[in-house]
Design a protein around this ligand. Structure first.
Ligand code: PMP
Length: 430
């Protein structure tokens, strides 16, 4: 299968593992491969299996809708689309909110940037260093990570701001208040050098960036500056939405003094694997486009039915509360199993979005080699995790939000074993 994959798919479509895994089915927080091996899934297909694998409520909603009609297009009224839009608008915190559905996070980013640049009549955009917002031509133009930005051509003039990575970079030594003040000063300085700017796009917790985040309140402080210039704030909630961060339903709420963002993007988890993405904006911004716009597949009935069933399950079972509780236990256990290991520089994150940054033992240098070895060692022990970060040295842990305490403990134990094995191997120079 690997050979066939390599023959017909692009070289840049990276696969995890020396011997890539073919997953065939899943249930709850577990998945099985084609050889019958079972894994505890701590990555959820890049934070997309949000509630659980094979959740009966979602499967039933998809099957029922598929049996009625698969596609209608946005030219006709769609009950599931209107219902999901109503619920997302109400949950967003954005006043007079309008929702536009897309098929991916990338397309949500594109749409948000199109809206903001049209509304502000400027193609200058602020983005965070170490950011990721998608793979399209416009999205890579606001992605502050060379490993994910294959061209320097861009429809935007993008200015990259400090603040997303708390413990590295020139302000890392400052305390939280000092760090925020330095980032705000940098932003103000940047704005003095440039003409009108359309928007700031930012992930409250950076996903591909390795689950790094600023101190709470940074975006509220930014907001004051942005407001003085009339610059819109786009919160990319593709990874942080729907309560995954535990304390908050949206990542932006860790900066709540600012009030809601002007635009919010979502994707990944809401469809639990069905292609649902979208943008929420207040009507004035959403309606700023001077021409028609349509996404033929955006908001298609089967995906909307899945989103509705998934969101209902999430809210009725308080999975945000579960992410807070079980995420808290998982963070504590991860700190315990990594304590004293010189391979581990930092355990960070919030809720069920936890990162472990690895370094070359005895140094502060990121170690992508260790991260690769770790992924293999975890896999051998029956645990799937992800990785990310500027140099690919951060492990990413983001299980489905129905994770139980017992599963959190099992995963932390497996990761601890894997870390010790990798540490030993690195010492031996193997
Ligand atoms: N924004 C963020 C924060 C993401 O993490 C991603 C995907 N990793 C995207 C946008 C793009 O989403 P998609 O892959 O669905 O296009």
């Amino acid at each position: 299968m690997r050979t066939r994959h390599a023959r017909v798919l692009p070289d840049w479509l990276a696969l995890y593992y020396e011997r890539p895994i073919e997953l065939t089915h899943g249930e709850g927080r577990y998945v099985w491969d084609a050889d019958g091996n079972r894994y505890l899934d701590f990555f959820g297909g890049i934070l997309t299996t949000m509630t659980a694998h094979a959740l009966p409520e979602v499967t039933k909603a998809v099957a029922e809708q598929a049996g009625r009609i698969l596609h209608t297009s946005t030219l006709y009224l769609s009950r599931p689309m209107v219902e999901l839009a109503e619920r997302i608008a109400a949950l967003s915190g954005i006043p007079d909110a309008r929702v536009f559905f897309t098929t991916s996070g990338t397309e949500a980013t594109d749409t948000a940037l199109l809206l903001a640049t049209a509304h502000r009549r400027s193609n200058q955009v602020l983005a965070m260093r170490n950011s990721y917002h998608g793979r399209s031509f416009s999205a890579v133009g606001v992605t502050g990570n060379a490993a994910w930005s294959p061209t320097t051509l861009s429809p935007f003039q993008t200015l990259y701001v400090h603040g997303g990575v708390r413990t590295r970079g020139p302000y890392a030594h400052l305390d939280d208040a000092g760090y925020i003040a330095a980032c705000v000063a940098d932003l103000e300085d940047l704005l003095r050098q440039t003409g009108p700017v359309a928007a700031l796009i930012a992930e409250p917790v950076q996903g591909v960036g390795g689950f790094t985040m600023p101190p709470d309140g940074l975006y509220a402080a930014f907001r004051e500056v942005l407001d003085r210039h009339g610059i819109l704030w786009i919160s990319d909630e593709v990874q942080t939405g729907w309560g995954r961060t535990g304390e908050h339903f949206w990542g932006w709420q860790a900066h709540a003094a600012s009030g809601p963002p002007d635009l919010l993007t979502f994707a990944k988890g809401i469809g639990n694997g069905m292609s649902v993405g979208g943008v929420v904006a207040r009507a004035e911004v959403m309606n700023a486009l001077p021409a028609n716009s349509v996404s033929t597949f955006g908001g298609s009935p089967v995906t909307m039915a899945a989103g509705l069933a998934n969101l209902t399950y999430l809210l009725e079972h308080d999975l945000q509360g579960n992410a807070r509780r079980v995420g808290g236990v998982l963070l504590e256990r991860l700190r315990a199993v990594t304590a004293g290991l010189d391979l581990v520089r930092e355990v960070r994150g919030r809720g069920l979005m936890l990162g472990v940054e690895l370094v070359r033992p005895g140094t502060d240098d990121p170690s992508p080699e260790a991260a690769n070895l770790l992924l293999e060692a975890a896999r051998q022990r029956g645990l799937l995790i992800g990785k990310g970060g500027q140099s690919g040295a951060a492990l990413r842990i983001a299980p489905p939000m129905t994770l139980t305490i017992a599963e959190a403990e099992e995963g932390a134990r497996l990761l601890g074993d894997a870390l010790r094995a990798v540490r030993e191997r690195m010492t031996k120079g193997g």
